[in-house]
Write a protein that binds this ligand. Sequence first.
Ligand code: DX5
Ligand code: ZN
Length: 220
Amino acid sequence: MSSKLIAPSVLAADFANLQRDIEMVNASDADWFHIDIMDGVFVPNISFGMPVLKAISKHATKTIDVHLMIVDPDRYIKTFAELGSNVLTVHYEACTHLHRTLQAIKAEGMQAGVALNPHTNINVLEDTINDIDLVCIMSVNPGFGGQSFIENTYNKVKLLKDLITRKGASTKIEIDGGVTNKNAKLLVDAGADVLVAGSYVFKSDDQMKTIKALKTLANS
Ligand code: DX5
Ligand code: ZN
């Protein structure tokens, strides 16, 4: 079984000490940088944009996993590739032609991800799952860090895992929102491959230790 991945969400970092926090993730047991891009339209919040991602890319030595919470993401696929994104995730709810969007992401040399809001059923991916490298199951409503984990997520992870197995796909399952030491192991047991953790990592006293503990739990 391949190793389960930990992706600290930079949204919860100290933006006044961004380089320090990026170096901390570089030196830690974390696998990916999770980068939340919000446009104030698809979600009721604005996070940060291209210049900040450019600064992050300059220092990050690990996979850059970009989560676009924006309407009409096709407009920016090329830009995010140029900014160093390795995985580019768009929201199912923001794409009219999802299949076309996935092909466009891959054509730019990135892995293609699809995020599902808590209200969106797994079944909508029935016809695209073989084209998707990563499905991000939102375990909170997107827009803010620090929210509580929605318990129905376990059920969705199991249904998605079944779909992936049934279709013979190699899609990874990522969980985003409210991940802590309380749910990490249960999520992995349900089928998760990548755990995003923002507040739980960055608001802890010893961030490196918290990441290490999550990584150990996820792979236990
Ligand atoms: C929510 C973002 C998440 C968020 C997770 O809209 O997509 O990635 O940063 O933060 P925590 O782990 O604090 O819930
Ligand atoms: Zn996210």
